[in-house]
Each structure stands twice: as C-alpha cells, then as structure tokens.
Design a protein around this ligand. Sequence first.
Ligand code: FAD
Length: 317
Amino acid sequence: MTAFDDALGARFGEARVGRNVRLAPFTTFRVGGQADYLIETRCSDEIVDALRIARGANVPVTVLGGGSNVLVADAGVRGLVVRTRGGEVVRIDATRVRADAAVTINGLVRWTINHGAAGLEAWAGTPGTVGGAIYGNAHFGGRLIGDLVESVRVADRAAAAAELPASAMAFGYDRSRLQTSGEILLSAVFRVSEGEPASLRATARASLAFRKRTQPLETPSAGCIFQNPAPGLDVVPEGIPWSAGALVDRAGLKGAAVGAARVSPAHGNFIVNEGAATAADIRRLIEKCRAEVRDRFGVALRDEIVYVGDWGLGIGD
Ligand SMILES: Cc1cc2nc3c(=O)[nH]c(=O)nc-3n(C[C@H](O)[C@H](O)[C@H](O)COP(=O)(O)OP(=O)(O)OC[C@H]3O[C@@H](n4cnc5c(N)ncnc54)[C@H](O)[C@@H]3O)c2cc1C
C-alpha cells in the first residue's frame, strides 16, 4: 500500500477506494479502459478532500460527472478519477437556486418544476451533471446554460475553494473558464423566476419530444461530437447550414463506420457505439469525418467531445 492508498482509505473507507476500475460503464458511450483509482464522492467536501489527498501525493485527478460528453481512452486513466455523485438542490430565495455539481441536469429540472421555479425546464433530457454542463457551457435550442448562472463555487487543484461571479467564468459557446483553469465545480447558483408547474412541465415534455425526434437515443453515444462552425472563425460554403451535423451529412458520411462505431444515420453529429466499439474506433471515425469535411468544404471542425485518459500511444492505423 502506498501513502496515497492509505490516505484515501483513511478518508473514504477502504471499501470505497476503487482500484483498476473499468470506466466504460460510467460513460454514455460505454467505452474506456480502467482508472488506476476511482472514488465516488457524495458531496462537495469529499471532492475537496479527494483533491487535497491527490495533490499531497502528486497524483493526477480526472473528474467525471455523468460521462456523457467524454471519450475515455482504451488504455484508461492514470491516477485518480473522481466520479461526482449525490448532492442537493436548495432554494436560496424567490429568484435563485443552488445545485451541487453532481446533481444531474434532469434532477435539477425536475426539482425546479416541482418547486414552481422557471428557467431550466427546457433543459429536460440533457444527460449529465451540473458540473459537466458548466464545464462545457451546455447548449440547447440556441441557449447556453451559462446564461442562467449567477455565481459558482469552485476548488482549484490545490483544493482551495472560491466563489466566482458568472462574469468571471469566461462563458462562451462550448467554453468556460474551467477548461483552462483546471478548477473543479462544486456548486452553481442559477437564476429562476416564478412559474406554474403545469406549464413548466409542458415545456420540459416538448424538449424531450424534440430530442426523441432528432437524436438516436436508443444507442450509446456522447451527444454531439463536433462544435458547430462559428461566424468569425469559420467559412461555410453557401447553401450548407452552419451546423457540424449538416457538414458531415453533406460529406456523405452518415452511416460511415469504423469497427462498431458508426456516424448515426439519424444525426450527422452523433457517433453511436453499435455494441463492441473501442475508443480507438470512435476516435478514428471522428478523424475521418474531420478530414473529409475539411477536404470537401474547407471547414476545420473542432471537438465538442472531451478526450479523457491515456491517449499517449495515439490511435494507430
Ligand atoms: C444523447 C445525448 C444528448 C446530448 N444533448 C446535449 C445538448 O443538447 N446540449 C449539450 O450541450 N450537450 C449535450 N450532450 C452532451 C452532454 O450531455 C453535456 O455535455 C453534459 O453537460 C456533460 O455533462 P457530464 O456530467 O456528463 O460531463 P462528463 O462527460 O462527465 O465530463 C465532461 C467534461 O466536464 C468535466 N467535468 C465534469 N464534472 C465537472 C466538475 N464538477 N468540475 C469541473 N469539470 C467537470 C470533465 O472532467 C470533462 O472534461 C448530450 C449527450 C448525449 C449522450
């Protein structure tokens, strides 16, 4: 046992310290190798303690929320994976609610609807947690979740916690400060208004129905692979929508496959795992799509998905 093992066991209890744990079941893609260590935290204090212990032992930390926007390498993740779980939602006052990072977006939507708090209902059906949504500034129907955030509580890699106003979060399309600072979200305060649960529920149902119509929800995926092209950064040929899915589609790649990874025939920006795909299969298919769209339309698609773990040896040929 190393000092790191000892410290994890002393804080979390030996039974909660996972070693060589397969991560595939914790991702919506259902792929990915083993974490050297895995702790499932139950509250913000546990996240901070895990960060402190890892820092003390110079062990790298990777945070997983719902695993719905990641591609975990087949070789797995070195160091400690903190999988955030549990957490709660509290109403601060009539116009604000606070949600812990591990609360699922669907749980937050349900909570706000049941408490007559309007603002988040259209996000029904978004997989993952508050932490993952803030990290990537999740978007739906042209709106960004960061627009609803008033402030956040984060911890840096040395486990020092701080409150930040939304204005310090550098929110943009698919962007937040967390991507460059390495800080871990502990909780977020969302602005809400008074709402009638029945009408909020109707909005949530409409979002769910839209997703069901437009997304391949029966097969494992990680949602959209690429960011949509952006005016000012990209030039999209006339007649093609400014959408990554449309570009992949027009490049003739819907249905294209590498191993058991396939570009969804229903949505050009989704890759689905038809059963036995490896992370390398999926990554090769991503690179194939990127190369063909660049060659045909001159657009360099940027990743929305986050590559996690040990990709050091590349994806081979
Ligand atoms: C079917 C389907 C539909 C989807 N639809 C949408 C959609 O409409 N809009 C959209 O924006 N996305 C969508 N996604 C993608 C995904 O749901 C979102 O990106 C979601 O916000 C990711 O949250 P997560 O908890 O699963 O993050 P994870 O996948 O676990 O992690 C993603 C990144 O966030 C980081 N992270 C996670 N928690 C924290 C934390 N507490 N602090 C700091 N960093 C953290 C991770 O380290 C990683 O880098 C969809 C995915 C699927 C599978």
